[in-house]
Write a protein that binds this ligand. Structure first.
Ligand code: ATP
Ligand code: ASP
Ligand code: MG
Length: 321
């Protein structure tokens, strides 16, 4: 089965041919080294490695986000309480960085039942993993330098350790160590110039990773009401587009409260966050989340993101595993 981007819909492990299994194992080597490199780097830089959670009362509203496309939100009842599966650990990160861990990261499974028409985008799976990190009192600039260091260091490391695998996969020697600092674009300006599909157009013209800032979206990203701008960012890589989203965070009760109302998000769902902010215990922070599969998709040149997963979760398709 083919998609509109010419990708074959990734199959389940038991359906793969000998050659397809070979490709899967090569990709898996790159995934292993990527995770090893990034987690080692963060640990070296004094980040605490937290374990993820699956069920919580609070999770990312994923709203409003012009790119959001969720077919179904998973809610289940346990012990007489309604809990949701993790859409992202953003709220947990705000609590954790404020209350206990000034520098943290989490390899966090995210469940987002993307609309089935996203089957062929090549960028969407309905389960994926974010390498989510947060810095108490952090700034966008700090996050930019941190991520640039990680991405450049990773590519450098893979070019040294994984030349054979990347050559067979077809991305060596073209995959170059990017030049840092990466260029920064303003989303509003990109939209003015290129229209609503600025993201696709941007990915098609860049030949180095770039930052995009000032993107109107969820209440927890910092918004400067006076300047009418957002202190948030996405990282785009050539051809494949967005691989990270993040922001400086809101921490003041009045602002969070106002934005929740404005966005039509259920206040009850974020009662504990509001309480923490009201008590002045929510601290300023900045962070982001790297879509691990999207990062590896770029490194190995996979047409469909689910090719990089051992157990593909393609929108609209449910395999046994
Ligand atoms: P998109 O606009 O591409 O649908 P998003 O902006 O809605 O994605 P975020 O909420 O910013 O996604 O999620 C944080 C990161 O997680 C993204 O930058 C991306 O790397 C990854 N990600 C998001 N959705 C998916 C998905 N369905 N499959 C794989 N990775 C994803
Ligand atoms: N991980 C993202 C962040 O840190 C949140 C998201 O998943 O949308 O902002
Ligand atoms: Mg995003």
């Amino acid at each position: 089965m083919h998609t509109e981007i010419g990708a074959v819909i990734p199959k389940s492990l038991d359906e793969l041919s000998h050659d397809e299994i070979r490709r899967k194992t090569l990709i898996s080597k790159i995934m292993t080294r990527t995770l090893n490199y990034l987690t080692n780097e963060l640990v070296e830089q004094d980040f605490e490695w937290l374990l993820p959670v699956v069920f919580s009362k609070m999770t990312d509203p994923l709203w409003p986000d012009p790119g959001a496309s969720i077919e179904k939100r998973i809610e289940v009842e346990i012990y007489g309480e309604t809990v949701r599966t993790t859409a992202s650990m953003i709220i947990h990160k705000m609590f954790a960085s404020s209350l206990a861990f000034p520098k943290l990261f989490i390899l966090s499974p995210n469940v987002r039942i993307e609309k089935r028409e996203r089957q062929g985008t090549g960028r969407h799976a309905y389960e994926f993993t974010q390498l989510d990190f947060e810095l108490r009192n952090g700034s966008s600039k700090q996050v930019f330098r941190l991520v640039e260091g990680l991405i450049c260091g990773l590519v450098k490391n893979l070019r040294r350790t994984s030349k054979e695998e990347l050559s067979e996969l077809g991305t060596f020697p073209e995959l170059r160590v990017p030049k840092s600092p990466f260029k920064v674009h303003d989303a509003e300006k990109l939209k003015e110039k290129n229209g609503s599909d600025w993201e696709t157009k941007l990915a098609a013209v860049i030949d180095e990773p770039v930052w995009v800032t000032n993107i109107p979206r969820e209440f927890y990203d910092f918004q400067d009401f006076e300047k009418d701008s957002w202190d948030n960012y996405d990282l785009f890589v050539p051809k494949y587009g967005e691989i990270l989203s993040g922001a400086k965070r809101e921490f003041e009760y009045e602002k969070i409260s106002k934005k929740i109302e404005r966005d039509g998000v259920k206040r009850e769902s974020y009662a504990l966050l509001l309480k923490l902010a009201m008590e002045g215990r929510l601290k300023p922070s900045a962070g982001g989340g790297i879509g691990v599969e999207r990062l590896v998709r770029w490194l190995v040149g996979a047409k469909h993101i689910a090719e990089v997963s051992p157990f593909p979760k393609v929108p609209g398709l449910v395999h046994e595993l």
